[in-house]
Design a protein around this ligand. Structure first.
Ligand SMILES: [Zn+2]
Ligand SMILES: [Zn+2]
Length: 241
């Protein structure tokens, strides 16, 4: 995964932009000047996010909410600063919510380190603790005003969610999938909490009707994303037999 910031925001779908950040890519879903951020990037990302919003003519004062695909520090490291500077609400799945306050449970990130080093290292990767305002327990639909559906796709972390934007046939999968060298693949095993569960979660996504797939660490797949996911699942199942 690249830690270098990309300089220019890119429109990946109607009203959806990927912004500059450190660590994971940050998306902005814009409606009439109001912004929903998907993830915040790693610690220290806020100035880059603010700059790219400004370059799109958007203001950090209009960032209304942050929705997290999951709690890993490359996605939520800048959360405390984003909340302090924008007053945005924070939505995260209940199973990943405590990590944002305690920074304790990231064992899957550094599986070879003893727990206390793990905790120390993990704390150093967040701007500060955050108490999320919305803890999602089940799938929810946010009115933005076009619906943004949050689909629980556990595995990479227990509380990983994917976002589905039916109006533009897009899914945002966070770290649930990888797209390297034009090849779709399951999540990165070394940093995935429960790989088998992550693969089972993919079945939830193929029930949806989508064309575009947006990742946190790779270029978006702009066409035929659903067919390609169906083929990936077939390949993975064949390997199991
Ligand atoms: Zn990530
Ligand atoms: Zn992750």
């Amino acid at each position: 995964m690249s830690v270098l910031p990309r300089l220019k925001p890119a429109e990946v779908g109607d009203g959806v932009f990927q912004l500059s950040s450190l660590g994971a890519r940050v998306a902005a879903i814009e409606h009439d000047g109001d912004v929903m951020l998907v993830d915040t990037g790693a610690r220290g990302s806020f100035p880059l996010v603010a700059k790219s919003l400004a370059s799109l003519g958007l203001s950090t004062d209009r960032v209304r909410s942050v929705v997290l695909t999951h709690s890993h520090p490359d996605h939520a490291g800048a959360l405390a600063t984003v909340v302090a500077r924008t007053g945005a609400t924070v939505g995260v799945h209940d199973d990943d919510a405590d990590v944002l306050e305690t920074h304790d449970d990231v064992g899957s990130l550094f599986p070879l380190l003893p727990a206390r080093f793990n905790r120390k290292l993990s704390r150093s990767m967040y701007d500060g603790p955050v108490t999320p305002s919305d803890r999602f327990v089940e799938d929810v639909t946010l009115d933005w005003p076009d619906p943004v559906q949050l689909i629980h796709t556990p595995g990479h972390t227990p509380g990983s969610v994917s976002l589905y934007l039916p109006a533009i046939k897009m899914i945002m999968v966070g770290d649930a999938l990888q797209y390297r060298f034009n090849r779709l693949a399951g999540p990165a095993r070394l940093v995935t909490h429960d790989y088998a569960q992550a693969l089972r979660s993919l079945h939830r996504l193929v029930e949806l009707d989508f064309e575009t797939m947006v990742f946190s660490h790779f270029q978006p797949m702009k066409r035929n994303a659903k067919q390609r996911l169906v083929r990936l699942i077939e390949r993975l199942e064949a390997r199991k037999e």
